[in-house]
Design a protein around this ligand. Structure first.
Ligand SMILES: [Zn+2]
Length: 338
């Protein structure tokens, strides 16, 4: 789990604010109880003076410290019992004078014994989803939503496998990669194939499964990524990039998914930055998925040999082919409407 420092600080301030709010609510409740039942205020005042009394008893000559402590203890027990009874008789809940934390386990600190509380882990996962940049239509994709029947089981062009056999193989590659990345390992995949053959779907599956396992994912279109590089360099003069992108977010994510490689508007600066990013992530063993509608020879034309060999050297090539699913589904939809 690697959220950015900024996001982590935001979450912890959120916890501090919540804690503060619950403490203020408790103070207000207590003040009200003191007004309604002054005996309780008197009891609390006496309890608060115990520390001082114990000290006095200890210092006083002729008094046995242990005896005075045991007297204080039984007095304390008597007072707390009376207080509980007074609360009950006046219609207050037994815990009316305590802080009501959202998470009693960690008392809204986010930590139990220096370890992240389950509530904080959940909060981090939610933040990871919010910051993932995952498009809405991919947020629901997962292994369970997968329907292999959508993919043709007929031979396709000169391919050895049918599109369905192929997508099932690709799903295995993805599940394997999810396991490795979740275990802290590194996997780089290049999804290559024409539009509508399941690349986005498998990117979505990979993103959602990792996010659910508490890993961070950043999904970005290559066009937006290059716009971001230009904006970072040229400032306001360049194109608008998504505000969620930052060097920190790109650097911190466990998996970076760059969608639609080859469809970007590329300047020589953004090309260099893109190459540098891919190269750096390979060197630092940080997982990346590149998705492109182009085949490898096309990429050689679009970029250059150095770029493509870097990818071929560090990525598993995952091929997608078959009829365009969007066209097939649209046809099926229109025929069922007839
Ligand atoms: Zn907690």
């Amino acid at each position: 789990m690697a959220l950015t420092e900024t996001t982590m600080q935001e979450i912890l301030s959120e916890y501090a604010a919540r804690r503060q709010q619950h403490e203020t609510e408790r103070d207000l409740r207590v003040a009200d109880i003191y007004r309604q039942v002054p005996e309780i205020a008197a009891i609390d005042e006496e309890i608060q003076s115990f520390g001082l009394n114990a000290m006095k008893g200890y210092l006083q000559n002729g008094r046995d410290a242990a005896r005075s402590l045991s007297e204080l203890r039984s007095r304390y027990e008597h007072l707390t019992t009376s207080r509980a009874e007074l609360l009950r008789r006046n219609g207050y809940a037994p815990d009316a004078m305590e802080v009501h934390y959202t998470c009693p386990l960690c008392k809204d600190t986010g930590y139990v014994d220096y370890q992240k509380c389950s509530c904080l882990k959940q909060r981090i996962i939610r933040a990871a989803y919010d910051h993932s940049g995952l498009p809405n239509h991919l947020k629901k994709e997962n292994r369970q939503a997968f329907n292999p029947a959508l993919f043709s089981d007929e031979p396709y062009q000169n391919e050895v496998l049918t599109p369905r056999q192929n997508i099932l193989n690709n799903l295995k590659v993805v599940e394997d990669a999810v396991r490795q990345i979740a275990d802290g390992g590194c996997r780089n995949l290049l999804f290559t194939g024409t539009a509508g053959t399941g690349k986005s779907f498998l990117s979505g599956v990979m993103a959602n499964e990792l996010l659910a396992l508490g890993r961070t994912v950043l999904y970005v279109g290559c066009y937006d990524l290059c716009a971001y590089f230009d904006q970072e360099h040229f400032g306001d003069r360049a194109r608008k990039a998504p505000t969620s992108l930052s060097a920190e977010a790109i650097d911190a994510c466990d998996l970076l998914i760059i969608d639609d490689l080859g469809a970007e508007f590329r300047t020589s600066l953004s090309y260099t930055s893109l190459f540098h990013l891919i190269d750096q992530r390979l060197q630092n063993e940080k997982s990346t998925v590149l998705s492109t509608n182009w085949w490898i020879p096309d990429l050689r034309e679009l970029y250059d040999e150095r770029f493509v060999s870097r990818i071929l050297g560090g990525y598993t090539i995952v091929r997608f082919f078959g009829p365009d699913l969007r066209v097939t589904q649209a046809r099926a939809g229109s025929s069922s409407n007839r």
